[in-house]
Structure formats: structure tokens, C-alpha cells
Design a protein around this ligand. Structure first.
Ligand SMILES: C[S@@+](CC[C@H](N)C(=O)[O-])C[C@H]1O[C@@H](n2cnc3c(N)ncnc32)[C@H](O)[C@@H]1O
Length: 273
């Protein structure tokens, strides 16, 4: 399938099947199989490590479990990952086997639907969704999944949500336009399923269920990696593995750069009301 129109014509069930097939075709043992912008992924993981509270942690749409495996190096607890792609779950179990020695916890991975998942053994202390809702087939399933997350959490438990922001992408594209760069598309044939949130609408919804403790954006990373670097090398195409992205990541981790909400990924620390 090549066009957004073709994808949008599918029923929600068929869209979900398309997404599952898409992830099943990837190499589950490649730690960055689900996140080609691996420097940004590491910043997301830093954010999760800094805010997670155990011992029961659930990662919905966990892909090949790389985030949970990184957490398992640091935390003793009951770590659970769920993904509907069999390739991703097999990859997660292989990566677990390879890395077992250096882990403080042994995560458990399940193949299943993250929108309705309900683990045995009681309520959860922290639920993570990292670019998972972004891949759901419609807005309704995104918001219903947030409600399910709220139900699964213990009283005052945490939801760490790292998902797509339409407004963040718009801000980035405005800056790109101002320096003569073409906009980054909301969707293209490599991410037909990308469904980013409208920030205000999301905020109003979240406020009903959660106290919003922090909103994290990665402005500096985007300014360097998606604005300055591509402008300097233009008309050459930028690459995720260019060393400048690593520098951007290091600086972003070190400097408390003021947030203006730039970039298509946003992190929220949410405490259950
Ligand atoms: C962009 S990847 C993100 C994976 C990982 N969380 C990460 O941070 O890289 C989206 C993941 O969501 C999974 N996914 C999408 N819809 C799902 C569903 N309904 N139930 C379980 N997993 C789902 C996909 O298989 C894929 O692994």
C-alpha cells in the first residue's frame, strides 16, 4: 500500500492488521526495529527511566521490548510487555535471553492486543505507551485505550505517555519553512498509520483522569537534527546515524533547554486521579 487514501479507506480492523503485518516484517532482534531515529529513542528512554515507579510496570505496544530491557538493567520489579506483533515478541524474548546476565528483573512479554490487555496479578504502578497509541487505527481507539490504562493503574499510579503531537510537528515545520526547508510530512508511505494528537484536545481529555505532572519535549534535539543539520547539508538528505544527531542527543540530555513544544514526539508524566 502506498497512499494515505488507500490506508484511510480500510476498516479499523484492517488498518490494525496492516500495522501488525508491517511490524511482523521487521527484524525483531534489531533493538531499534521500531524506532529508526535511535537517538531520539534513547532520549525517550531516559525520560522513562527518570520517571518510572515500580515495582509493577507495564509497557503497552512494547515492540521488541528494548525499553523494558533497559529498565530491567536498573530496576527490580515485575515488568510486563505486550505487543500484537509475533515477530516483535519473539525478538523481545531473544533479546531477553541474550541480555539475561545483566538484568535486575526478568521482563515477561506477551503477544496480545494492547488496547484491551488486562494483566493477571492486580493493579499496575506505571504504564508506559511509547509511540503505541500513534499506531492505533482511529482516534476512538486511542482515547478508549487511555481510559483502559487509567483502569489498570493503582490509585495514584503513573502513566508515562510518549506519543505523537500534531502541534509539535506544525511548530517544527514552521521553523523549517522559515529557513527554506520543505515540511516533514505528517504521514508518508513509511508511516501511513501515524495518528498524532491535537495537543489541546488531548490535554483536556487527560485532565479528567490524571494530574499532569510534566510535559516533556525535545526541542533542542529537533532544532539541531531537523533544522540546522538538514539546512547545512541541503540539498543532501539527512541521516539518523549522522554524528550530529548524537551530539544533539547529548546536549539535549545535559541542558535544561526551555520547552516551546517543538517536535512531533511529546512525553507526559501523568498521575492517576
Ligand atoms: C512505533 S512501534 C513502538 C514500539 C516501542 N514502544 C518503541 O518505543 O519503539 C508501535 C508498536 O505498537 C504495536 N501495536 C500497534 N497496535 C497494537 C495493538 N493493538 N496491540 C498491541 N500492539 C500494538 C506494533 O506492533 C509496534 O510494535
Amino acid at each position: 500500500m502506498n497512499s494515505e487514501k488507500d490506508f484511510d479507506r480500510l476498516s479499523p480492523k484492517k488498518r490494525a492488521n496492516y500495522i501488525r503485518d508491517y511490524y511482523n516484517q521487521k527484524d525483531g532482534q534489531n533493538i531499534y526495529a521500531t524506532s529508526p531515529d535511535f537517538n531520539l529513542r534513547e532520549l525517550e528512554i531516559d525520560f522513562i527511566i527518570n520517571n518510572v515507579k515500580g515495582p509493577r510496570i507495564l509497557d503497552l505496544g512494547c515492540g521488541n521490548g528494548y525499553t523494558l530491557l533497559r529498565l530491567a538493567e536498573k530496576i527490580k520489579g515485575d515488568l510486563i510487555g505486550v505487543d500484537f506483533s509475533s515477530e516483535m515478541i519473539q525478538g523481545a524474548n531473544q533479546l531477553l535471553k541474550k541480555n539475561r546476565q545483566k538484568l535486575k528483573s526478568q521482563p515477561k512479554f506477551f503477544e496480545g492486543d494492547g488496547t484491551t490487555f488486562s494483566p493477571l496479578g492486580g493493579k499496575i504502578d506505571t504504564i508506559i505507551s511509547e509511540r503505541f497509541l500513534l499506531n492505533l487505527p482511529n482516534k476512538r481507539s486511542q482515547y478508549e485505550t487511555i481510559e483502559n490504562i487509567h483502569r489498570l493503574l493503582r490509585s495514584r499510579g503513573f502513566y508515562l505517555m510518549i506519543e505523537g503531537s500534531k502541534d509539535g510537528l506544525r511548530k517544527l515545520n514552521k521553523l523549517r519553512e522559515s529557513v527554506g526547508l520543505e515540511p516533514i510530512l505528517d504521514r508518508d508511505k513509511h508511516n501511513l498509520s501515524s495518528r498524532k494528537f491535537n495537543d489541546n484536545e488531548l490535554f483536556e481529555f487527560l485532565k479528567k483522569y490524571f494530574t499532569i505532572m510534566e510535559v516533556k519535549t525535545f526541542d533542542l534535539y529537533y532544532l539541531i537534527g531537523r533544522l540546522i543539520y538538514p539546512k547545512i547539508i541541503y540539498p543532501e538528505k539527512p541521516h539518523y546515524n549522522h554524528p550530529v544527531n548524537e551530539i544533539a542527543r547529548k546536549l539535549t540530555a545535559q541542558i535544561n533547554f526551555p520547552s516551546q513544544g517543538i517536535g512531533h514526539v511529546k512525553g507526559y508524566v501523568l498521575r492517576k486521579k
